[in-house]
Design a protein around this ligand. Structure first.
Ligand SMILES: [Zn+2]
Length: 48
């Protein structure tokens, strides 16, 4: 599963409502995150 940060268009590992692979809490700004089937573009530890 991947989750997209809509303001940046960056795709992280994880799901909306959880932490991304790189440790961002998607509940802080839930309107900024959508689940997606796109491939992950984040290159931080935990996502790539
Ligand atoms: Zn990430």
């Amino acid at each position: 599963m991947a989750v997209k940060h809509t303001p940046t268009g960056e795709v992280h590992s994880g799901s909306k409502g959880e932490y991304t692979g790189c440790g961002t809490n998607t509940n802080t700004h839930p309107d900024h995150w959508v689940n997606t089937s796109q491939s992950i573009t984040c290159d931080k530890n935990g996502c790539k």
